[in-house]
Write a protein that binds this ligand. Structure first.
Ligand code: COI
Length: 354
């Protein structure tokens, strides 16, 4: 299928804010991609001016939450090259989420071409500085107007982009996380491993409680025993226990993060022992107390690598080491960001140049 391109008139292009004014997810570029699923097929893939979607009030996504999304970024290198980081991983995960939510798959190549077309047209929207990037948000929603509960027959796949800075106001400084032992995010066999909207809606209540207590994010425990660490609201979680890197396994209720996989690959490449195994919250708390737990950090596309300096659990707060950025967190951050911005070798072939 050929993507048609309908650019805005030059005088309607909006200015991009300065890199140091950027926050996460508030400003959007001039164009978006859209195609529609009707009568059993995707139709009319097109790049159009950014603007509102018209939806019937009975559109099924608005009632039953049949919708999914992805997140990836375009990076501008010092020499002007534009990089995407492992984009096909996102396209694959998009289709896994699609299947779990009974939606129609999107051809990965067409999806990538759509992103490339958008990035090329809005190249001026890509920030200049390291740490800032163009966030890309592919989304699919059920648009059929119908109130019976079943998979919809009509969908919209759209992609929006926008320049972003650091996800957390803390930047690369350590964040504080709040362990939720009262509320849970996802249960095995549920939709926790799909990037579906409901998982984020389910996270809001506990996240607000955490925020009121001064914590940046919630660390979720498993929904059955509330004993095993799963993931943080918008990131996977890693622990440096003695000299081993430990992260919870992909058990069905955890999002399979692209940055998570990249950290595991890098650690193995560097000869660091990596163990994907269940981690109990008691092990984390005991490790902090004994000093065996040397670092905690989160990984995600939006957050990149985010060191954790403090953990709150059962009315007590525990500072990880001295609460500063750990050596491994820094090393993974520098390497991944270096590869993304073309400042470091890419031995794994992760970079896709636009
Ligand atoms: C991402 O890391 O890209 C995410 O999708 C997390 C989030 C901002 C919801």
């Amino acid at each position: 299928m050929q993507i048609s391109v309908h650019p805005v008139a030059p005088e309607q292009r909006r200015p991009r804010p300065a890199d140091d004014q950027l926050v996460f997810g508030r400003i959007f570029s001039d164009h978006m991609f859209r195609m529609d699923y009707q009568e059993g097929a995707w139709q009319n893939p097109r790049v159009i001016p950014y603007g509102p979607l018209e939806l019937d009030p009975a559109a099924m996504v608005l009632h039953y939450g049949q919708g999914i999304f992805e997140g990836l970024k375009a990076y501008r290198c010092a020499d002007g090259r534009i990089h995407l980081f492992r984009p096909l991983k996102n396209m694959e995960r998009f289709n896994r989420s699609v299947r779990r939510m009974c939606m129609p798959e999107v051809d990965a190549q067409l999806h990538l071409e759509a992103i490339e077309a958008l990035v090329r047209l809005d190249v001026e929207w890509i920030p200049r500085s390291v740490g800032a990037s163009l966030y890309i948000r592919p989304t699919m929603i059920a648009s059929e107007p119908h109130l019976g509960v079943r998979p919809a027959a009509e969908y919209i796949h759209y992609i929006i982009t926008g320049p972003v800075g650091a996800y957390y106001p803390e930047g690369f400084n350590p964040i504080k996380i709040y362990v939720s032992d009262q509320y849970v995010r996802a249960v095995r066999g549920g939709v926790g491993e799909a990037k579906t909207m409901a998982n984020y809606a389910a996270s809001l209540f506990a996240a607000e409680l955490a925020k009121k207590k001064g914590y940046t994010q919630v660390l979720w425990l498993d929904a059955v025993e509330r004993r095993y660490v799963e993931e943080v609201g918008t990131m996977n979680i890693f622990f440096r226990l003695k000299d081993e890197l430990v992260t919870p396994p992909l058990s069905g209720s955890i999002l399979p993060g692209v940055t998570r996989e990249s950290v595991i690959d890098l650690a193995k490449h560097w000869g660091i022992a990596v163990n994907e195994r269940p981690v109990t919250i008691d092990e984390v708390i005991d490790g902090i107390a004994s000093g065996d737990l040397k670092e905690i950090f989160g990984t995600g596309t939006a957050a990149v690598i985010s060191p954790v300096g403090e953990v709150f659990y059962k009315e007590k707060s525990y500072v990880v080491q001295d609460g500063s950025v750990g050596e491994w967190s820094r090393r993974f951050y520098d390497e991944i960001v270096g590869i993304q911005y073309g400042e470091k070798e890419d031995p794994f072939g992760w970079i896709h140049q636009v």
